[in-house]
Design a binder for this molecule. Sequence first.
Ligand code: ZN
Length: 337
Amino acid sequence: MPRIPEEAIERIKAETDLVALIQSRGVKLKQAGQNWLGFCPFHADQETANLIVTPGKGLFRCMAAGCGVTGNAIQFVEKFDGVSFRHAFEVLAGRAVPAFAAGDGVPKKYSTVPKLTCPLDEMADDSKLLEQVADYYAKRLAAPENAAARDYLISRGLDDPELWKKFGIGFSDRTLGLSIPHKNRNQGAKIRERLQEIGVYRETGREHLRGCIVIPIRDGQGRIVQLYGRRIGVQTAKEMRHLYLARPLGGVFNFEALKSREIILCESLIDALTFIQLGMNATCTYGTKNFTRELFEAIRAAKIESVRLAFDADEAGEIATKEAAQKLQSIGIECHQ
Ligand code: ZN
């Protein structure tokens, strides 16, 4: 993620009407010469007007001993809204410029307080939360700055945006954390804890699938139970390219394929999608070593008659082909390569 250029930060500081911004967050200010005075929103005190706002310098400061909070417009949003500096910058640079453009010095009245809404609901159950994370990643895949992720899909023959939409394909560009309230806020802490529980965050607090194309995997009821990540960096070692969340390797990719009598079984979601884009009924194992019981039982229950095994033509692929054929033939399914 590129750094915010210093000029852009300076421009936002200069263009933002600091008095109007602070008032929009519910703080009443009274003019006193060059300064504006009000109660500080960062400590509990409704008796002394300790907050001094100096629009000429673009700074605010609390004079109370033990508080002393100070900063510029971006830092005010950062602290007041409990978001990252970048998020605060985006609030002011993106949606909020017209609302907070410095004008004649007279604060305007605001009906809405600009805020970027948090895309995650900490109260949602696991599959709903995974759904919200997957939705966020899908939106990021469409972002102008993520052309490299789209180029990767196109390079793999997946050039149909309708297919991306249908399978909820996304990209983890490391920005998820920026749209969540700070961890020193109740909601921010709770969401992070939930993200760790469902495997989206590692214990270190980093996103597990960062830098990956992300594809949701669903169970028979259509609930997301797992996210597959494919690293797009060319430097990535082969064994590091395929990631799953640290939770059970459940679900079946593209359950719809099992409605057909004949299916293609390959070894990765991207391979399966390539066949699907060509109009074929394909599903996949999770690599050559993970032909799960769940997938096997789903194939059996769907009364599939014939499976074409399309694993890679390397040693691991050949072993997996043999093992899969044995399993499937043992329940009377015809296998082809
Ligand atoms: Zn204070």
